[in-house]
Design a protein around this ligand. Structure first.
Ligand SMILES: Cc1cc2nc3c(=O)[nH]c(=O)nc-3n(C[C@H](O)[C@H](O)[C@H](O)COP(=O)(O)OP(=O)(O)OC[C@H]3O[C@@H](n4cnc5c(N)ncnc54)[C@H](O)[C@@H]3O)c2cc1C
Length: 473
């Protein structure tokens, strides 16, 4: 165990893998430790009844077409020395935002969305265009202290409905605090969803994971699976090593942790100090396998972000699942090309969930009650998804989808498989933008809690922290 590694990375999610590749490209000896038997973390996959299901990926954000040079996607490809063909990114069909019965459509062509805003909010279009100009000029370094995006939208747009329409997809794709997000993160996500766009590899997340793991291996990177880190050994304010779950000790002077801020503080024996910062916004997701392609049912949207009430609420729900807002994803509705079709129809629906409530069922009533609640919620979410889609496509109402399989994940599932406290996908609201934990030398954070969100964001975070690490020797 006493091999001399330049860096040890905790976690084989998107950020950990990207950081590992970047360091290994420079000939550094790198080891990734992962507690699960699969790579990918929040963006992984699993098998059930002979089918493979993606866990994370609804949409790869930041999609730009060939020829556009300055973009996060191209920066990522350059830094990892990968070509865009390898990712096989296929563009979305079109997506919708539905608030209080009003729907706006967007595609990967921003002018289409702008046109929709002009048609539905003719008196706010100038303010919207000014907002977009302001967003384009935001530096991609998040601001401290917190600057409220909600407040800026209120002042700039003076239109609660349009404010909600813009916040809905952005909070569902990266909101770690209730009803708001910091202005820089809002702007980064706005660019990645609306000004750039959404895409998906035909094969889903497995394509990306295979690419990353192959590249890491080719470069000589080492990986240990089912190898959870129990403790980070810190003495005289310096990292000295890691204690692993099996009790063994691994010497290490440079550690990159991708597991989250509060989770990393726990490993450093400072969990009490950080506990209050733990994120509490978690989700339930249900995945329905259908006999029909969604298009055959008249459903041609790629993603639908919805809020059934008049105002958008993004809060921890009091019940197991948040009642009125969420998002639907129809992975069949990407442009894979004429000769490529997913074998079955897939409909995913995600809503906010209360981690404490789910864990209480398990603790107080046992695994059977938990499994029953999960099944019930999976059906309730599926019914909700059909209701939303029927509202958007009233002429398709006569066709009833035939359900082949239905599964669900709860906040407990996410916590159990990825270690994120409360199953909070977007981590703590108190991001560590520098990646540096002040009390210790040799330990840095990468991934979601460094403030860069989603698949592309977390990989870029891993790369930027690895680059800094390389500069420091
Ligand atoms: C349902 C869902 C839908 C999503 N949809 C999208 C989407 O459509 N588009 C998008 O861009 N993003 C999406 N995301 C978000 C995206 O998946 C994440 O932002 C990204 O994967 C985060 O990567 P990460 O490397 O920062 O963290 P993680 O993926 O959490 O990686 C951390 C890794 O560390 C491991 N680990 C934890 N503790 C330990 C330990 N003690 N020892 C060793 N290993 C440990 C975990 O098992 C995990 O593999 C979605 C996420 C979910 C859950």
């Amino acid at each position: 165990m006493d091999k001399n590694y330049h860096s040890v990375i905790i976690g084989a999610g998107m950020s950990g893998l990207a950081a590992g590749i970047r360091l290994a490209q420079y000939g550094k000896r790198v080891l990734i430790l992962e507690k699960h038997h699969l790579v990918g973390g929040l963006n992984s996959f699993y098998s059930r009844l002979g089918r493979k299901f993606d866990v994370g990926l609804h949409a790869v954000t930041n999609f730009v077409r060939q020829g556009i040079k300055q973009s996060p996607l191209n920066r990522l490809l350059r830094q990892l020395r990968l070509t865009r063909e390898l990712f096989d990114l296929c563009e979305q069909n079109s997506s919708r935002i539905l608030v209080g019965g009003q729907a706006l459509c967007f595609t990967n062509d921003f002018s289409h969305f702008e046109q929709q805003v002009a048609e539905q909010f003719p008196r706010r279009i100038d303010a919207f265009r000014q907002l977009v100009t302001r967003i384009r000029h935001v530096e991609s370094h998040p601001l401290e202290p917190f600057v409220s995006a909600r407040k800026i939208l209120q002042e700039q747009l003076q239109c609660p409905r349009l404010e909600d329409i813009l916040l809905l997809p952005i909070l569902f794709y990266g909101g770690s605090r209730e009803d708001d997000i910091d202005w820089t993160s809002f702007s980064i996500l706005f660019c990645s969803i609306f000004l750039e766009g959404l895409a998906r590899p035909f094969e889903g997340v497995r394509r990306i994971l295979r690419l990353l793991t192959q590249r890491f291996r080719e470069l000589g990177g080492e990986r240990r699976m089912r190898c959870a880190v129990e403790r980070i050994d810190i003495r005289e304010q310096k990292v000295r090593g890691l204690v692993l779950q099996d009790g063994s000790y691994l010497k290490a002077e440079h550690i990159l942790s991708s597991i989250g801020y509060v989770e990393t503080m726990r490993l450093c024996g400072r969990g009490d100090q950080a506990r209050a910062s733990a994120g509490k916004l978690a989700f339930c997701e249900s995945i329905a396998v259908l006999k029909e392609e969604p298009r055959e049912l008249g459903w041609d949207d790629t993603i639908v972000f919805f809020e059934e009430q008049e105002r958008f609420h993004y809060r921890q729900p009091p019940g197991l699942v948040g009642p009125s807002s969420g998002l639907l994803c129809l992975p069949n509705n990407y442009r894979y090309g004429l000769d490529r079709r997913l074998p079955e129809g897939i409909l995913r629906i995600t809503q906010l969930a209360n981690a404490d409530r789910w864990k209480a069922i398990l603790a107080d009533e046992g695994p059977e009650a938990y499994a029953r609640a999960k099944r019930e919620q999976a059906h309730a979410l599926f019914e909700k998804a059909k209701k939303i889609l029927h509202f958007l496509h009233p002429s398709a109402e006569a066709k009833t989808p035939q359900l082949l399989d239905l599964d669900a994940f709860t906040p407990y599932t996410f916590e159990r498989f990825t270690g994120h406290i409360n199953g909070a996908i977007y981590g703590t609201p108190h991001k560590v933008f520098s990646g540096q934990l002040p009390f210790v030398e040799g330990l840095q954070l990468c991934g979601t809690d460094q403030g860069y969100l989603g698949i592309i964001g977390s990989m870029l975070s891993g790369i930027s922290i690895a680059n800094r690490h390389l500069r420091q020797g």
